[in-house]
Design a protein around this ligand. Structure first.
Ligand SMILES: Cc1cc2nc3c(=O)[nH]c(=O)nc-3n(C[C@H](O)[C@H](O)[C@H](O)COP(=O)(O)O)c2cc1C
Ligand code: SF4
Length: 393
């Protein structure tokens, strides 16, 4: 059985930052590139590529935004990092700011984490007092500050362009892309949006070197990943595991033996049935921002689909038709199935609608909200087909 690891536990405050400020911006980005790190927020975009795209744009103003919105159902690892790994996080934000040429970093903090704000602000003040923020940081000539801004409780505001709209005081609705935030982000300036865990990992990479980081994980998914594990298991919590770990090993670690399925990646992720538990977590197969929900044998998979679709109906911003209209239709379909009123023919139409939503929705919310419905109706056919009405199409 694989065991959890703890490579990102110990961090000497300021160590990664000192190393970064003693190098050129290009060398910092090169180190991050050599580590192979990809974003921990879910999409898995290479961090060095994002920083470089931002760094090469000529602009008076640039911003490094730390995405601490953590709205994906079943995810709570950033909460722990914000509370207990603040030094590494502030170093990571400052390193990212230095690499792209920003003077301001913004932490976009989930509304539900408002209780953490005073503690975070107090630690920022301490850093200013110790010369780790403000003018001429560590006598390097680099000026940088970090501000905290609050979200207002909308899941879609975790999507980076909706987040930027929200920061600008507008309705939190995703923008058309391109242009991408690295060119036209906050107040039109080049902006790199990075997840909390990504930035902390970058501080460790600068402190300990890219080779150290590459020792963990796989070729395409280097390093470790924090998982927020919940659901039908004996030991829920936050675990650090190397990328490439199998779903079966994750179940062993958290005491979820006997599960009929595991939801990898939250409500917008994938529903993995027991016969596929040898599949591996990583960008090659099951990418995840960190949410792992164990689904025990007693669960009705239609309840699972209903629960997630309820969430998406509530959280869709309503801007585009496939997502605004599609999610309520899928939810209605689940209700019909539960009451034995959905025919096989209508079920197929709903599956077609789900695929259209994946292809035609404007942002990641609508592109992924049908995943669970499609996975459940495909992998739990006998459970679902036993409940379709009649034999007619
Ligand atoms: C609906 C939706 C919600 C998202 N929520 C979050 C979130 O809470 N935290 C996060 O880091 N990324 C979230 N993302 C991904 C961000 O758009 C973005 O890719 C990420 O912050 C980039 O950081 P990374 O490169 O470090 O992963 C969300 C995406 C979508 C489509
Ligand atoms: S996919 Fe959904 S959340 Fe995203 S822009 Fe369209 S309606 Fe809004």
């Amino acid at each position: 059985m694989a065991n959890p690891v703890h490579i990102m536990e110990r961090y000497e405050p300021g160590s990664g930052l000192k190393r970064a400020l003693s190098q050129s911006r290009q060398d910092v980005i090169r180190t991050v590139r050599e580590s192979g790190i990809k974003g921990r927020g879910g999409a898995g975009f290479p961090t060095a590529v994002k920083w470089n795209l931002c760094a090469v744009v000529q602009s008076e103003k640039k911003f490094l935004v730390c995405n601490a919105d953590e709205g994906e159902p079943g995810t709570f690892k950033d909460r722990l990092l914000l509370a207990e790994r603040t030094d590494a996080l502030f170093d990571g934000i400052t390193i990212g700011g230095y690499a792209i040429g920003a003077k301001l970093g913004v932490i976009y903090l989930r509304a539900e984490y408002a209780y953490m704000r005073p503690g975070i602000e107090a630690k920022l003040a301490e850093r200013r007092a110790h010369g780790l923020l403000g003018e001429n940081i560590l006598n390097s000539g680099f000026d940088f500050n970090i501000e905290v801004r609050m979200g207002a409780g909308a899941y879609v505001c975790g999507e980076e362009t909706a987040l930027i709209e929200s920061l600008e005081g507008n309705r939190g609705e995703p923008r058309n892309r391109p242009p991408y935030p690295v060119n036209t982000g906050l107040v039109g300036a080049p902006t790199s949006v990075n997840n909390v865990e990504t930035l902390i990992a970058c501080a460790h990479i600068l402190a300990k070197g890219p080779e150290w980081f590459r020792k963990f994980g796989t070729e395409a998914s280097t390093g470790t990943k924090l998982l927020s594990i919940s659901g039908d298991c004996k030991k829920p919590g936050v675990y650090e595991v190397p990328w490439g770990i199998s779903v079966a090993d994750v179940i062993d670690i958290c005491g979820g033996q006997g599960a009929k399925a595991v939801q990898v990646g939250g409500a917008s992720g994938r529903t993995v049935p027991a016969e596929q538990f040898q599949r591996k977590l990583g960008f090659e197969d099951l990418a995840t921002g960190g949410s792992v929900i164990v689904i025990g044998p007693q669960r009705d998979m239609l309840d699972v689909a209903e629960n997630f679709l309820d969430f998406f109906v509530e959280e869709s911003c309503g801007q585009c038709t496939p997502c605004r209209e599609g999610n309520p239709k899928l939810l209605e379909g689940v209700h019909l199935l539960k009451h034995g009123k959905c025919s096989i023919g209508y079920l197929r139409e709903l599956q077609g609608l789900g695929r259209t939503m994946q292809a035609a929705s404007k942002c990641g919310l609508g592109q992924s909200s049908a995943n669970t419905f499609l996975d459940i109706t495909e992998h739990f056919r006998s459970e679902i087909l036993g409940r379709v009405s009649g034999k007619g199409e």
